[in-house]
Design a binder for this molecule. Sequence first.
Ligand code: PLP
Length: 441
Amino acid sequence: MTEPNELPNDLAPFWMPFTDNRFFKEHPRMFVAAKDMHYTASAGHQVLDGTGGLWCVNAGHGREAIVEAIRHTAGQLDFAPTFQLGHPLAFEAASRLSLLMPEGLDRIFFTNSGSESVDSALKIALAYQKARGQGTRTRLIGRERGYHGTGFGGISVGGIVGNRRQFGTLLTGVDHLRHTHDPARNSYSRGQPQHGAELADDLERLVALHGAETIAAVIVEPVAGSTGVLIPPVGYLERLRQICDRHDILLIFDEVITGFGRIGCATAAERLGVTPDIITLAKGLTNAAVPMGAVAVRREVHDTILNSAAPGIELFHGYTYSGHPLAAAAAIATLGIYQSEGLFQRAVELEEYWADAIHSLRDARHVIDCRNIGLIGGIELEPRPSAPTKRAMEVFHRAFDSGLLIRVTGDIIALSPPLIIEKPQIDEIVEKLAAILPTVE
Ligand SMILES: Cc1ncc(COP(=O)(O)O)c(C=O)c1O
């Protein structure tokens, strides 16, 4: 077997996800090790992790307690099914996770990824409506520019055209709210933008169009990440919650990115003071050391499904690896680190410093907007005429070569470092970007 630090001699068989495969295989850039805030690249240099891997390594890399929990569990219980049987670690992980969720969302369904969490949440919403005798409520409402992973459910309610256009007609009975990005009124906002709460009224428009009795659930990211850091306007999520309540529609927050301290609390729901009915999670749940996702469900939704079912299986849904022992062990260790090191609070403590750093780039070449919340930063570049996305991609490659990992989506640089980041490392991120931006045409 190839060791992680030995380079493979054939790059062709691995069809890489969300990648320009032809370019990559001509210009491979690889990681061979990771510790704390840094990757080691195959070329030998250190790369400061400005993105927590893919918004997921919230506690920093190579955490010994997590590694040890995985190692120990692999030797003790490599796998156990959770269909009609169980093992203690899955129950313990669910209990611990439920304590971090907003009050009432204390029933946990395990998955293996954010995409599976989203599809599970949508299915739970439909099953709930049917269970309570509202079987006409089958319509799912997402939002333009939303990212909810890559399952058919997720891309149907999602609103990123590039992720949809190759795949036919998708789910039927789906509609979308308008997105909240409004640079004319809100550019260079620190924290939540002031304008746009009224965009939530789009849901009233869809209720008038389709009839409330056809709508099962609305799903949004409280802070949209993968589409380029869209922060909810002040009052927007509150209004969405009110309209859902008025029409008896379930509200789902996709917190795959915002969960586990990214904006300073266990959930964005807690930080922003709006409680949905269902929360989807993944990524930071295990600090990304083992794949795992989860859906936190309001107890009444869970109980309705269980209590209305005939004796036997209540929800015909699940995954071979739901609550996998290694993932459950990693989750328990990860939640322990978040708590013992106060990492969610750390994101709050660093937030002002981080905001100053992000906004220090406002006059850098090509920059047309900077935005921030918690330890998330978005820096939007003016697209190169007739070649959108190319400019940001060049910044990405130059950053990597200069020892900084960033993420780009369209022409937006998205930053989300591990929550253990130190102030000098925040400085390093913006100093590197400030040096690179003028060198890119
Ligand atoms: C909000 C949101 N939902 C779902 C997903 C999908 O997660 P995964 O890639 O683990 O399937 C992501 C991934 O970035 C995400 O940001």
